[in-house]
Design a protein around this ligand. Structure first.
Ligand code: WT7
Length: 622
């Protein structure tokens, strides 16, 4: 499906009301067995399959066919953390060889088809290569973002009974080095399932290695550079990715092979409209879904050239992103509003000193973008000539769901605009009824299965049903609220559940509360999101503590870093004598959210509280 005009978009949207239209699109890929079936199952039976009788290996599509047709085309330009270090350019031929070598090492170490393999790594080529190597041999990669704590990592390792963990010694990030192997060792000491830890040496720091550790640098070098791709069924698992939900325990979303391949690639092609010689750069970390869909798979399946960046936007100075765009003549740049806002707050000279003329398309992802950030991005980075694609999607959706198509459909500031072919969004009201009016606002649901959707929560299908498919029976509930204008354009307004979006990263309020409540000074807590200028949302906690302690905020924050990781740090802590509760003992978060937003005059009815005086106390403390 190649959409290059508005008419084609409309035609394709119509055509994909019939799910068998996807079989036509399947012809763009190489299969061992071409599928004859498109969609089977539905949201009511909660057992959806796509292309179920197909057989394939996703890496054949991402690597072999390009290694054959365009062997010398650059697949990855790896830009190291330190701008003085040399970049690494990897052609499609070399990338295939590297993936095969890695696959051979995995196999020699005992990794088999169907085994979950956990990666706890920084943004080095071996992370992307290792993930693809898993796909080559049919193992399931489970990548955990390198910013999570040992405890958080351990929870994710245990949840999927991982036997093999892959890490690197240290991850350079700005002027710091993240001690990944050390954190990994701590995590493993809390788990009983891990048999081997494969370590890639990145900084060659002098660390202790024991019998569980296998340093793989030399093994990778010596391994054979061919590896027959394992034949996978369409619905065989490709990866697990953990994300936060509204209860304490993270959910391992499971994505399967063929549907994810089609979705990550079709959305990449049609949303970004990258041409043959374009240079694509998605600044996300591979530890998040964006790095799965728009680094590891989508662009490679298209045979595109892309940048992979090890560092951070502010090192050695806040001009780094813009200098990288200039250095590699990046044409397509995809980042998050939080990064845009952070760089917008820096001196103008940082973007002015770089030549940004190569840019053709800009992208935004992860959270609602505010108009100030949108305008700044459009004017100063895109020089008023680059369409901005505002791409709405989720870890669960596998790829972009609602977005304008660059230069093809109309961009509207701060609007994701229209659904992609095969995506059927609806808005529902509080009673769960679909709102039929064009212009409306409500909870966003998707009414029909699409190929890229997560199939289950690893090891807990009931939770998958409860979280996504039960609230509005027969529909997938996104957890987001949205507005629709009279022309059918969607604007996503943010989460309507107990999930906070901090710097484009999801964190569950219950997860933070559980962690805070473990602290010895805390009796009870309630966590809500609060508006934050750079992060979009910050984390605010109301807590009842034992006695008074001057540095309680910093104590709680170091505790949270230990329990969950730096992204869970509080932006604000209010110590209170009570939390507003209903007669049944439920915390009235609505009130806490309003107070956090400074909206103390619109608290609504508080007479149903058992302790309305607490509200007065909180108002005085804010
Ligand atoms: C949540 C999903 C999508 C990959 C990165 C985050 C919010 C995402 C947008 C957008 C407004 C957005 C939603 C969604 N979100 N994109 N363009 N406009 N909000 O993936 O961690 O699974 O988070 O991010 O609230 O539910 P995620």
């Amino acid at each position: 499906m190649n959409i290059t005009s508005l008419t084609q978009y409309k035609e394709q949207y119509e055509a994909h009301k019939d799910d068998t239209a996807w079989l036509e699109t399947c012809k763009e890929y190489e299969w061992f067995n071409f599928p004859t079936k498109a969609l089977e199952g539905n949201f009511n039976d909660a057992n959806v399959t796509w292309f179920n009788d197909g057989k394939l290996n996703i890496t054949v599509n991402a690597l072999d066919r390009h290694a054959k047709n365009t062997p010398n085309k650059i697949a990855i330009i790896w830009e190291p953390n330190n701008p003085e270090d040399k970049e690494i350019k990897i052609t499609y031929k070399e990338l295939l060889e590297r993936v095969c070598k890695f696959a051979n090492v995995l196999k020699d170490q005992g990794v088999k088809k169907g085994d979950p393999v956990c990666f706890y790594m920084s943004m080095i080529p071996e992370l992307l290569v290792g993930a693809l190597a898993c796909a080559r041999i049919g193992a399931i990669h489970s990548i955990v973002f390198g910013g999570f704590s040992a405890k958080a990592l351990a929870g994710r390792i245990e949840d999927s009974s991982v036997k093999f963990v892959i890490t690197n010694d240290e991850g350079p990030r700005g002027d710091k080095k993240i001690p990944l192997k050390e954190i990994c060792d701590q995590a493993i000491s809390m788990c009983s399932c891990v048999e081997k830890v494969l370590v890639v040496r990145r900084t060659f720091a002098n660390l202790d290695y024991n019998e569980k550790h296998i340093i793989i640098n030399d093994l990778l070098e010596k391994a054979s550079s061919t590896f027959e791709p394992v034949v996978m069924n369409s619905e065989d698992p490709l990866f697990i990715l953990y994300t936060s939900g509204s209860t304490g325990k993270p959910k391992g979303l499971l994505h399967t092979t063929a549907g994810f391949m089609v979705w990550s690639n079709q959305t990449f092609k049609n949303v970004f409209q990258a041409k043959d010689n374009d240079i694509f750069w998605c600044s996300a970390d591979i530890g998040w879904i964006t790095g799965h869909s728009y680094m590891t798979y989508g662009p490679l399946i298209s045979g595109a050239t892309q940048v992979m960046f090890e560092g951070i936007p502010t090192f050695p100075d806040p001009g780094r992103f813009w200098n990288i765009i200039d250095k590699y003549k990046v044409t397509h740049f995809y980042t998050a509003p939080t990064a845009i806002r952070a760089l917008q707050a820096c001196e103008d000279r940082f973007y002015k000193e770089a030549d940004l003329n190569s840019l053709k398309v800009l992208g935004s992802v992860g959270e609602p973008i505010n108009i100030e950030a949108w305008n700044w991005y459009h004017e100063n980075i895109g020089k008023n000539k680059c369409p901005i694609v505002d791409t709405w999607w989720q870890t669960e959706t596998g790829g972009i769901m609602i977005s304008n198509l660059a230069g093809v459909t109309k961009a509207i500031a701060c609007h994701a605009t229209n659904p992609l072919p095969g995506v059927f969004p609806i808005l529902v009201d509080a009673d769960g009824n679909e709102i039929k009016d064009k212009k409306a606002s409500g909870n966003l649901c998707i009414s029909k299965p699409w190929p890229g959707m997560a199939r289950t929560i690893y090891g807990d299908h009931q939770r998958y049903i409860d979280t996504y498919l039960s609230t509005y029976a027969g529909n997938y509930f996104t957890g987001d609220g949205a507005k629709r204008d009279e022309n059918g354009n969607y604007r996503i307004t943010g989460r309507v559940d107990d999930v906070i979006n901090v710097s484009g990263h999801r964190i569950g309020t219950a997860e933070v509360e559980d962690a805070i409540n473990k602290h010895e000074l805390i009796i009870e807590s309630a966590v809500v999101g609060m508006p934050h200028e750079i992060k979009g949302q910050g984390i605010m906690a109301y807590a009842i503590s034992k006695g008074s302690h001057a540095d309680i905020m910093s104590q709680i924050n170091s505790h949270l870093v230990e329990q969950l990781g730096p992204i869970a740090k509080l932006d604000k802590l209010v110590i209170t004598t009570g939390l507003p509760k209903t007669r049944s003992g439920k915390i009235m978060r609505r009130i806490l959210r309003k107070l956090a937003a400074g909206d103390k005059d619109n608290l609504g009815d508080i007479s149903t509280l058992v302790n309305p005086q607490v509200v007065e106390e909180l108002i005085n403390k804010l």
